[in-house]
Design a protein around this ligand. Structure first.
Ligand SMILES: Cc1cc2nc3c(=O)[nH]c(=O)nc-3n(C[C@H](O)[C@H](O)[C@H](O)COP(=O)(O)O)c2cc1C
Length: 486
């Protein structure tokens, strides 16, 4: 795989590919989340307004089906306080490592989740909101464009909001809204996003929990068939826009959505589905699906089939690979370009006795990158297995550090115009062999010790002050983590 398709956020989330399944309330259930994570992406269970029992059951089902990290999506503003408190308690008790929040920002909830060691992702629809989310402690931002399916937070086109959020953010940014192709992915990476979030394109897959009617309507949709409307509002905060496929409601055939009329149009078990409500047709529902909210992003017109999630993701990656320069080409370009931002003695005349040359530094960074990636992955996985909070917090902290260093190493490889490795070090598999967590942590400490040794050897040979400072910070952080784990 092209290493450009493994971005720093992948190491933070513990996935291989920069493709994230949106936490669609209803369609994003365990089967889809497991399929996406097994295919190399990252998935959020869409658990808005779901009971703690369902959250527990769905988390268990994903864990039984796939051994990768995943997250849960919640929407505080659309959930009654008691239920929200119970949902958060269930998420924390189940030790879900990542939570995605959407709609009105609650700094208090972000803080609470972070305090429990959860990685917090916030989806935003504007630049001010992005700043506020970051100030509140969001560790990843999703910049949602107006092209998005489902609830649409802002009015800014995707490319514009991504550019703006990336410019001001210190944390990784993912792009959302109206995407379904490898070209979309490459374009968003070019704008500085570290990956893409897909809703509609993964709703129209075999494993999603959406009703077949909804999937088929997406397949039948043509470009321009979506509507940005407030018509579906029952059980949501007032004034919220959604993007849906045109139907009898959006055409006005069902009357005024704000007249107060209450008409039952379906059932999900004992629960009634009301006309103008935000419920979309799901596998376990019966009723008049045509009248329900048929959420779809502007990319729906480009979706022509209902494959498995793995096939959808593989097609996106294959197209992205075909559009990105091949490894050799990139290296050739780098070789020609001697006026790169930081010319690490790539020219013979710039040799300083004792200093590491560009090639050596790139190889060094790649060796550490593979090791840190393995470290991030094994600590994420082990944290999910830890029975007590002290061990879990320790492992989560180490995981965050390891992914931070992955990002730092990638940055320097990029500066030197080297090719970043996409590999995960063999350390990961070796660590997995230890089933006893204490033994595994001891082994992780030995791995950290190896990194310390490597950094100590390299530091005197690093001439650039900023790189030196970064390596030194990495060394100190590893020493501190070794001490804590011991
Ligand atoms: C059916 C559907 C349900 C959605 N439900 C949620 C939700 O519960 N929580 C959330 O954060 N976003 C939700 N979204 C919005 C997504 O997070 C994301 O912004 C959107 O799907 C991206 O646009 P796309 O559908 O064109 O890919 C939903 C989207 C769809 C299509």
């Amino acid at each position: 795989m092209n290493p450009k398709l493994h971005t720093p956020v992948c190491d933070l989330l513990g996935c291989g590919l920069p493709i994230v399944l949106a936490g669609m309330g209803g369609p994003s259930r365990s089967e889809l989340v497991a399929a996406v994570t097994k295919a190399g992406g990252f998935g959020f269970l869409g658990m808005v307004r779901e009971s703690p029992e369902l959250i527990r059951a769905e988390v268990e089902k994903v864990r039984a089906a796939a051994d990768r990290d995943f997250g849960v999506n919640l929407i505080p503003a659309a959930t009654k306080p008691d239920l929200l408190a119970a949902e958060i308690a269930a998420v924390l008790a189940a030790r879900v490592p990542v939570v995605c929040l959407f709609w009105d920002l609650s700094a208090e909830i972000v803080k609470r989740l972070r305090g429990e060691g959860v990685l917090v992702v916030c989806q935003v629809g504007g630049l001010r909101e992005a700043e506020e989310a970051q100030e509140a402690g969001a560790q990843i931002l999703i910049a949602q464009g107006v092209e998005a399916g489902g609830h649409v937070r802002g009015t800014i086109p995707r490319a514009e909001i991504v550019r703006g959020v990336v410019k001001n953010a210190d944390v990784p940014v993912l792009a959302a809204g109206g995407m379904s192709s490898g070209r979309d992915l490459v374009e968003m990476l070019a704008l500085g996003a570290q990956g893409i979030v897909l809703g509609t394109a993964l709703l129209a897959t075999k494993e999603s929990f959406a009703h077949d009617y909804h999937k088929q309507r997406i397949v039948a949709a043509k470009p321009g068939d979506t509507v940005h409307t407030q018509d579906f509002h029952v059980n949501w905060p007032r004034g919220a826009y959604v993007r849906v496929l045109e139907n009898s409601v959006t055409r006005g055939d069902q009357g005024d959505p704000f007249s107060g009329k209450r008409e039952a149009i379906g059932k999900e078990g004992e629960r009634t589905i009301w006309l103008f409500s935000t419920d979309s047709p799901l596998k376990d529902m019966t009723g008049d699906f045509e009248k329900m909210a048929l959420y779809a992003g502007k990319g729906a017109g480009a979706i022509g089939d209902i494959p498995s999630a793995a096939d959808r993701i593989a097609a996106i990656i294959a197209e992205a690979e075909s559009l990105l320069p091949k490894q050799g080409e990139a290296a050739a370009v780098a070789g020609e370009n001697l006026s790169s931002p930081v010319c690490y003695a790539s020219e013979a005349s710039d040799r300083y006795a004792g200093y590491a040359m560009r090639e050596e530094l790139i190889a060094f960074c790649n060796e550490l990158l593979e090791a840190e990636r393995a470290g991030a992955r094994i600590t994420a996985r082990s944290a999910a297995e830890a029975a007590d909070t002290v061990t879990r917090d320790l492992l989560r902290d180490i995981q965050r550090d390891e992914s931070r260093w992955c990002a730092m190493l990638l940055k320097w490889i990029g500066h030197m115009e080297g090719e970043p490795s996409a590999k995960v070090g063999a350390f990961y598999e070796k660590c997995l062999a230890f089933t006893d967590l204490k033994e595994r942590i001891a082994f992780i400490n030995r791995g950290q010790g190896w990194v310390v040794k490597k950094l100590r050897e390299m530091l005197p040979k690093v001439r650039d002050d900023r790189m030196h400072a970064d390596f030194k910070a990495m060394l100190e952080s590893h020493e501190e983590n070794i001490r804590r784990a011991s």
